[in-house]
Design a protein around this ligand. Structure first.
Ligand code: SAM
Ligand code: SF4
Length: 342
């Protein structure tokens, strides 16, 4: 069944990312300031409101939902949302939700892994930028590498396919990406590298005094370096996201590259993002959004909700205009990735 959500540029919207909280138990230097102010709880959609909105998107043609944040697994009661969304999963060619996934920092994953699998989740993305405990603690401003590594193996043993996400950071983990690929390959995990995006203020980054512009490392360079050791062959594999995948001959696993800064990934964009306050962002790199919290709380019935979604999709822009530019003081987009959901 085709999606009823076709944007003005003919792109069919089938993928919804949902941020269920702006809170997090880590403070990654490229994502947040050390002393973030989080939203007051009443501003957040309830889990029931989130489920109802997701249901409307599914009726209109969304086939894949990724739950993210902030750190999604710190939201109290989030297992209920996974269960209710999991009940909407269908197998086979008819319309409906085909896949439910989650992006997590892994700190709470060990205690959630079994329930996620029971709810129907089969793949999880775990963010892990380094295998060095000291560096991990510095990047996340205090996180424990051991805890995340333990959770990754608990998740795997619970039957979840793990993809490791790593943000490539100049001068921080760039010398380690090779080792990270070897480690992922050894454990049969796919690896996905991400370029830093200029979203939200992140404050000073420890004693280095670096800012995110200094951390920007183009993945074209990383790929060229990796090719000295690994045989990378372009792969047709896609998870429906913006990552471009390569098969790694030596490991039998894949490496993906998400390159919003060096490669325009907007043409094939099939997604929209819902924040934990019910704002729908039609583009990660733009400020325009549609407010669904007020629609829901004004008592909209399902038909009105679906009409509001279609009106928002009609506003989806052609593309973003991220620039990492040293002359600019402000980030290209003022809100943090943790608000829109990375
Ligand atoms: N807390 C979860 C996690 O870290 O996986 C989910 C939310 S986090 C915002 C999602 C992804 O966005 C993570 O892989 C993170 O590394 C990435 N991210 C955060 N800020 C970013 C930025 N400014 N540029 C690029 N990636 C970023
Ligand atoms: Fe938290 Fe994820 Fe942002 Fe790190 S990237 S601060 S784990 S939301």
């Amino acid at each position: 069944m085709a999606s009823a959500m076709i944007d003005p540029f003919g792109r069919s919207i089938t993928y919804l990312r949902v941020s269920v909280t702006d809170r997090c138990d880590l403070r990654c230097v490229y994502c947040m300031t050390e002393d973030m102010t989080f939203l007051p709880r009443p501003a957040l959609l309830s889990l029931e409101e989130l489920d109802r909105l997701c249901g409307a998107f599914i009726r209109l043609g969304v086939t894949r939902i990724r739950i993210t944040g902030g750190e999604p697994l710190v939201r109290r009661g989030v297992a209920t949302l996974f269960r209710s969304l999991g009940e909407r999963l269908v197998a086979g060619p008819q319309g409906g939700l085909r896949e439910l996934t989650v992006t997590t920092n892994g700190t709470q994953l060990a205690r959630h892994a079994e329930a996620l699998h029971q709810a129907g989740v089969r793949r999880v993305n775990v963010s892990l930028d380094t295998l060095d405990p000291k560096k991990f603690s510095a990047i996340t401003r205090g996180g424990s590498l051991d805890r995340v590594l333990h959770a990754i193996f608990v998740a795997r043993d619970a039957g979840l396919a793990v993809r490791i996400n790593a943000v490539a950071l100049r001068g921080v983990n760039e010398d380690e990406l090779d080792a990270l690929l070897a480690w992922c390959g050894g454990h049969r995990f796919d690896l996905c590298l991400i370029e830093t995006m200029p979203m939200g203020d992140t404050g000073p980054m420890g004693e280095t005094g670096a800012d995110r512009t200094d951390l920007y490392l183009p993945l074209s360079l990383v790929r060229a370096r990796l090719r000295r050791r690994w045989t990378l062959t372009g792969s047709g594999y896609s998870t429906g996201g913006p990552a471009r995948y390569f098969d790694v001959a030596e490991t039998g696993t894949r490496i993906g590259f998400i390159t919003p800064m060096t490669h325009n990934f907007c043409e094939g964009c099939n997604r929209v993002r819902l924040t934990c306050t019910g704002q729908l962002f039609m583009c990660l790199g733009r400020d325009d959004s549609a407010d669904f919290r007020s629609v829901l709380r004004a008592g909209a019935d399902d038909a009105a909700l679906e009409a509001a979604i279609l009106a928002a999709i009609a506003r989806k822009p052609k593309g973003h205009d991220f620039v990492i530019d040293r002359r600019r003081d402000a980030p290209a987009v003022a809100r943090h990735m943790s608000v829109t959901g990375g």
